[in-house]
Design a protein around this ligand. Structure first.
Ligand code: ASP
Ligand code: MG
Length: 417
């Protein structure tokens, strides 16, 4: 069994879905195709959901646009004929419309998962029926039927044993060679939709590979493989033909966007290789993440996280920033779902470099003010160089002021203004 994952960019239009069909039909092995929502649909659904919670009337227009985007793709794929999936798509939008007309439960995370999971339901229903219409015979399998999770909405944890049992039931069928299922979404044992965290479809592919002991996973991307830097931010990057599991985990954790950070572990545990390949040039080998012989990666790899905040906290009562204060601080960040990208502490101060989620973080700083003096700098870059050398460091820091620096044997990190 092989797992393919197509992300939003690889299924953003009728043309790209036709391209995905060509890639799928040239696979000679049993295959499960994991698909994300089309293009930027997840962002659109998030905006509509926000509109619902804020009672903003614009939500109805936005939902119309999202429906038109999907029906346009349907019309292009099926030449305007009203195939059965057309009605399925319309009824999903009907349900969404009824939802945003009604009163919500007040539980944002729960409603988020029920609402936003529609993106993947729409995309997979359309992809599956298009594939069948061109004789790429396949079966649609609802991710909620096999990816069983707990009830931590928006960041659900997988119940591995139950999911394994269900997955083996749904995907073991000699009469079917290709299956299509949703990325990013699963379900609780009571049948409520859950999601695994933004960009979670890669993780779905890895979970499935682990559960079914697949021979490999291929993630089809709009880049030729894993690069030594983000081409949007950096010139003079190179492609990495291979990467160890460990480096892949570290790089995605530090903020390299090519794969979701949780993706690698389930594959590493079963020694399943992960290929990152270009859907535009499927014959180019791309990058393979596997158990490397020898050191594997040795070139400097650059990861830049933009729009960072550096928050410094100093206890007001002159106590030290040790275990007690640290656990209090981290509990607040955890409760508010703010990801901490880097920390540095001294006796009387702790600095935390975090993504800037807007008002949320300022509310959190207010909460901390009774106990801590709070200072912050915004609009910073967090730069990580793995396998750094002097030249790489000079290149990243030239002409910039360094607010914080952290260095281990293999990795150097800077917070830069
Ligand atoms: N559609 C989801 C998102 O955009 C999951 C994914 O694309 O991986 O976050
Ligand atoms: Mg996506």
């Amino acid at each position: 069994m092989v797992i393919y994952k197509f992300g939003g960019a690889s299924v953003r239009s009728a043309g790209s879905i036709e391209n995905a069909a060509r890639i799928v039909s040239s696979c000679n092995e049993d295959l499960i195709v994991v698909v994300s929502a089309f293009g930027k649909t997840t962002n659109a659904l998030e905006d509509i959901l926000d509109g619902w919670f804020r009672q903003d009337d614009k939500r109805f227009r936005m939902l119309d646009d999202c429906r038109a985007y999907h029906t346009d793709i349907l019309n292009e794929l099926f030449g305007g004929s009203k195939v059965p999936v057309y009605n399925e798509v319309l009824s999903i939008f009907e349900e969404l419309l009824n939802k945003i007309r009604s009163t919500h439960s007040g539980n944002f995370d729960y409603e988020y998962d029920q609402f936003v999971s529609a993106g993947e339901k729409l995309s997979t229903k359309i992809v599956s029926s298009y594939f069948n219409s061109i004789n790429v015979a396949n079966r649609w399998v609802d991710s909620a039927s096999w990816l069983i999770t707990n009830e931590t909405y928006r960041e659900a944890s997988v119940k591995w044993e139950q999911s394994g049992d269900e997955a083996r039931k749904r995907f073991a069928d000699d009469s079917c060679r290709i299956f299509v299922t949703q990325g990013f979404t699963g379900g609780t044992k009571n049948g409520h939709a859950t999601t695994l965290g933004r960009e979670g479809s890669d993780y779905t592919a890895a979970i499935l590979a682990n559960l079914l002991e697949a021979s490999k996973v291929i993630v089809w991307k709009d880049v030729p493989g894993i690069l030594t830097a983000d081409p949007k931010l950096f010139s003079g990057y190179e492609m990495l033909p291979e990467l160890s599991y460990k480096d892949a985990i570290e790089l995605s954790f530090f903020g390299a966007k090519v794969i979701h950070p949780k993706t690698v572990k389930p594959l590493q545990n079963k020694n399943i290789p992960l290929y990152v390949k270009s859907f535009e040039n499927p014959d180019v080998p791309g990058t393979v993440i596997h158990e490397t012989k020898g050191p594997g990666l040795i070139k400097p790899v650059y990861i830049i996280k933009k729009d960072q905040l550096l928050v410094s906290l100093m206890p007001k009562d002159h106590s030290f920033v040790v275990e007690g204060a640290l656990s209090e601080i981290f509990a607040s960040f955890f409760r508010n779902r703010i990801k901490v990208n880097l920390i540095q502490n001294s006796a009387v101060n702790i600095s935390l470099c975090i993504d800037n989620p807007g008002s949320l973080v300022f509310e959190l700083m207010e909460q901390l003010k009774p106990d801590f003096r709070v200072l912050y700098n915004d609009r910073l870059d967090l730069v990580t160089v793995r396998y750094y050398n002097d030249e790489a460091v000079e290149r990243m820091t030239r002409g910039r002021s360094i607010l914080l620096e952290q260095r281990t044997r293999n990795t150097i990190r800077f917070v830069l203004k």
